[in-house]
Design a protein around this ligand. Structure first.
Ligand SMILES: Cc1cc2nc3c(=O)[nH]c(=O)nc-3n(C[C@H](O)[C@H](O)[C@H](O)COP(=O)(O)OP(=O)(O)OC[C@H]3O[C@@H](n4cnc5c(N)ncnc54)[C@H](O)[C@@H]3O)c2cc1C
Length: 498
């Protein structure tokens, strides 16, 4: 009898998992269940307004590392290599990054000599602090995690956490350095202290280089290596090119159905099968859940431990304001971030037209920027629905950027403002231990037939989502081929994380 796999959620994680299984199990039936009737791709969402490309979610990807290699391999297999736009390592968008601090835009040095000879005001005093870090005692081996703020204050100084690291964390997690786990968000820092006794010593020592051949198929190796020679990349029509290509590929396969329905209930049957209820009941050999953990939690039997653990990862909302205007920016680069020490409404601003000029409607097209607001401060900054209408968000963003950069964003030729509710999971202190407990619970309570993938668990970047979803898809396909009912949880990769 043919096997049936259900994948819940068609964001980048669910699409990747379904695509991986569809390739490996052409004889199995695959149901991909997506609640949204308007959009496939989850937070990956690119639109054009007045001809200008706006990203409502992720905008660029890093090509390096294992996860970066896996994503590029998939891009190549989907035939998207010609659509990739790269940012050269020598371009201002790769070299120039800024931090807004004490009413000043500070350019971060792009090299160590520049940091030593001419540090910006936000980094004054960094050199002695970094040197002192080399000699700080290692944390007790009994402590298994701590907040980013506590870690950076202990190894460097509190001002480094407040003025520098919190800005970087705003750019990735829109989160609070005082609650986020250093081990699960900036794992390399934690690993360096554990392994080399010091963050800086670990950085100097470096990591053994990754062999592209180990993570990309032979026909993709040349393409992957060429993109890895660049800084970051996207696509001419934006990030949604990737999710659209996955959707198109799946729609073209006879054994795949994409159901536009909300998953309402997940359970196990007596015969070692699992069930997902939507408007119909889907009985399958495995379910891969690729929806955020707080949305999966209420779908599971409340008598089990798994839903409690799933509900313990909070999420933050981000207001994303895209602006296109005729004025030119006074500085060129990737954009600027605002640290938590500053009373600003915004987390950071990306200079999209500097990074991806090829996405412009015309070579002399307008300046495009994206302003991110809210995150861990969202409830305080936008306490009422009125304060978060699209027009209110647009005006707040314009006012902040005009103050920070000292220019008038006139005239605005296109704009979009959206509140992305609960869009970024927060890996708070203890996340790794909770994921360990979750792996045990979901394996035990669902017979190893429900696998968890997506941004809630082992990494929030698109690359991490792709890699873990691909691995879970492969594990499910191997289990089906082996026919031995072996368990899959999706969280197998936890052991390879710091
Ligand atoms: C504003 C923003 C900017 C970002 N920038 C970057 C960046 O530049 N680079 C980067 O690498 N990462 C970035 N990220 C992170 C990255 O985009 C996300 O972590 C990733 O896209 C999450 O994908 P996912 O498939 O795991 O989840 P989601 O995108 O949340 O997909 C889940 C899907 O499940 C569906 N769903 C939910 N409930 C149900 C249900 N009950 N039944 C059926 N379907 C359901 C949803 O409709 C959705 O389609 C950004 C994220 C945001 C929000």
């Amino acid at each position: 009898m043919s096997k049936h796999i259900t994948v819940l959620g068609a964001g980048i994680s669910g699409l990747t998992a379904a695509w991986t299984i569809a390739q490996r199990l052409p004889g199995a039936k695959i149901s991909l269940v997506e609640a949204s009737t308007a959009h496939i791709g989850g937070w990956v969402h690119s639109i054009r307004k007045n001809g200008e490309l706006f990203e409502l979610g992720p905008r660029t990807l890093r090509p390096t590392g294992e996860a970066g290699t896996v994503t590029l391999d998939m891009i190549h297999q989907l035939g998207l290599s010609p659509n990739v736009l790269t940012v050269p390592k020598t371009s201002p968008a790769a070299l120039n990054r800024f931090i807004y601090h004490n009413d000043t835009i500070n350019q971060l040095p792009s090299s160590l000599p520049k940091l030593l000879t001419n540090p910006p005001s936000v980094l004054k005093g960094l050199v002695p602090t970094v040197l002192a870090e080399l000699f700080r005692a290692k944390i007790s081996s009994t402590q298994s995690d701590e907040s980013i703020h506590s870690f950076v204050s202990r190894r460097f100084a509190p001002w480094v956490a407040d003025n520098l690291v919190s800005a970087i964390v705003h750019g990735i997690y829109a989160g609070d350095v005082k609650t986020l786990s250093v081990r699960s968000t900036l794992g390399m820092l934690w690993e360096n202290e554990q392994g080399a006794g010091s963050v800086i010593r670990g950085l100097v020592k470096g990591k053994p280089p990754l062999r592209v051949e180990d993570f990309a198929r032979p026909d993709a190796v040349e393409f992957v290596k060429s993109v890895q020679g660049e800084s970051i990349y996207s696509f001419r029509e934006g990030m949604q090119t990737l999710t659209d290509a996955l959707r198109d590929d799946l729609e073209g396969r006879e054994n795949v159905e994409i159901l536009r329905a909300a998953g309402q209930k997940v359970g196990v049957t007596g015969e070692g099968k699992v069930q997902l209820s939507t408007s119909q009941t889907l009985t399958s050999d495995y379910i891969i859940s690729a929806i955020p953990s707080h949305l999966l939690s209420p779908l599971l039997p409340s008598s089990t431990r798994t839903p409690t653990l799933l509900s313990q990862t909070p999420n933050v909302s981000v207001a994303v304001v895209n602006l296109a205007f005729a004025a030119r920016l006074p500085i060129s680069g990737f954009g600027y971030l605002v640290p938590s020490s500053q009373p600003s409404t915004i987390l950071g601003t990306v200079f999209d037209s500097d990074a991806m000029p090829e996405q412009q409607s015309s070579p002399a097209g307008p300046t495009r920027i994206t302003v991110m607001m809210g995150g861990h401060r969202f409830p305080a900054l936008f306490p009422t629905p009125d304060s978060a209408t699209p027009e209110a968000l647009r005006d707040t963003a314009i006012k902040a950027v005009e103050t920070h950069l000292g220019l008038r964003l006139d005239p605005i030729v296109a704009w979009n403002a959206a509140v992305q509710r609960d869009c970024i999971p927060q890996y708070i202190v203890g996340h790794r231990a909770r994921m360990g407990e979750l792996r045990t619970a979901v394996g035990r309570e669902f017979g190893g037939r429900v696998a968890l993938v997506g941004a809630s668990y082992l990494g929030v970047s698109v690359n991490d989502c792709v890699m873990h979803a691909r691995n879970a898809g492969r594990a499910v396909a191997e289990a089906v081929l082996a026919g031995d009912g072996r368990p899959v949880t999706g969280l197998e990769g936890l052991d390879r994380l710091p």
